[in-house]
Design a protein around this ligand. Structure first.
Ligand code: NAD
Length: 352
């Protein structure tokens, strides 16, 4: 199947490179880039320089019978009109996250694709991040006992990048940019419903959209999950902290460094108190070596090109799409409740 890319910026060009590598891997369900369309002529020139066909207009893509699918990688506010037009033209659709600016708009987009009978899948690629899959393995395997708390962070010190990400009208802000990924991951790890959440947004750089967020979620099963997005932090923080009844795991970053400390003796018989600032503590002293064991992370590597493979197989009717409508809409419900909490500076009771 041939797929045309709409929006050849950072992510559109990444997709073109990835799709070339996917095609070279000789997959059972091939996907090949048909060409690109971008409103910026300079991006068209960049695509041409890479040997890609450049479409003069979206209409040229809709009319191209050899194109079976489109991949939309424009700023967020342009996703909906392209999804509607592509569905009307009978093209299957991959849309970058966040597909929409609200749950209501996302629902309309799914309805549109359903009416047209085309496949519509969101590129929630971080479901295939090795760090996330490793945390999922830790939680599912009981390696540190039953997990009662997660901290999931992404941290930069470069402010909000680019132009459109700073504008409400374009669907800017770090919740729609990164929050959407981290919430999607959370809903893939923790079973059951969310009962409450509290969120604060930061505006350190004085932009009209939030440059970071701190979201604390409580599930009905008692699990707590904290999501932190920062664009103003000049020191690295662990990508993940995972707290289990029998131990603690740290995944430092995307390089998968880190480890697990597991309790082998509930009460530490060799515990030694330590000087702590201007005082002394046993409570906050590290465990003695005899009461814990250090373990490597059970690193999981994702299947290469898993998203493209699934999309191509789903378009051929051979697999169900992995990223499902109900999951995508649920992420929007969490983001909208988080925005309410941030605006009201309040804990919000929900059932999501
Ligand atoms: N899944 C991921 O890991 C990931 C990572 C980065 C970005 N994204 C998503 O990809 C999308 C694009 O982000 P980006 O970082 O590539 O932005 P970008 O600014 O680098 O690229 C956007 C491109 O779209 C073009 N464009 C703007 N309006 C257009 C229109 N109406 N029609 C056609 N082209 C248009 C711009 O000229 C630009 O080349 C966003 O939805 C973003 O959230 C996803």
């Amino acid at each position: 199947m041939k797929i045309a890319i709409i929006g050849y910026g950072g992510m559109g060009s990444f997709h073109a490179d990835q799709l070339a590598a996917y095609a070279a891997a000789n997959p059972a369900y091939p996907l090949e880039t048909a060409g690109v369309y971008d409103t910026d002529p300079a991006r068209g020139a960049a695509a041409r320089a890479k040997g890609l066909r450049v479409y003069a207009s979206p209409e040229e893509i809709w009319a191209d019978k050899s194109v079976g699918a489109v991949l939309i990688a424009t700023p967020n506010d342009a996703h909906a009109p392209y999804v509607q037009a592509a569905a009307a033209a009978g093209k299957h659709i991959v849309c970058e996250k966040p597909i929409a600016l609200s749950e209501a708009q996302a629902e309309e987009m799914y309805a549109c694709a359903e009416r047209a009978g085309v496949l519509f899948e969101v590129h929630q690629n971080r479901r295939w991040d090795d760090d996330f899959l490793t945390v999922k393995k830790i939680a599912g395997s009981g390696a540190i006992g039953s997990v009662y708390k997660y901290e999931s962070r992404v941290v930069g010190a470069n402010g909000i990048p680019g132009g459109w990400r700073k504008k409400i009208a374009h669907g800017g802000g770090m919740m729609l940019d990164w929050g959407v990924h981290l919430i999607d991951q959370m809903l893939c790890i923790v079973p059951g419903a969310i009962e409450s959440l509290a969120c604060s947004y930061s505006y350190i750089y004085g932009e009209e959209v939030e440059d970071g967020c701190d979201l604390l979620v409580r599930f009905e099963n008692g699990v707590q999950y904290r999501i932190v997005v920062l664009t103003d932090c000049f020191r690295p923080l662990p990508r993940w902290m995972v707290y289990g009844l029998d131990g603690t795991a740290t995944v430092e970053g995307w390089d998968l460094s880190g480890g697990m400390t597991r309790c082998v003796e509930r009460e530490d018989k060799n515990l030694v108190g330590v000087r702590a600032g201007n005082g002394f503590t046993r409570t906050m002293a590290q465990r003695s070596n005899s009461s814990v064991e250090e373990l490597p992370l059970p690193v999981v590597h994702a299947e290469p090109y898993a998203f493209y493979k699934n999309f191509a197989a789903a378009a051929a009717g051979a697999e169900a799409p992995v990223v499902r409508k109900e999951e995508v809409l649920r992420v929007f419900r969490v983001m909208e409740a988080a925005a309410r909490s941030a605006a009201e500076n309040a804990v919000v009771k929900v059932r999501i």
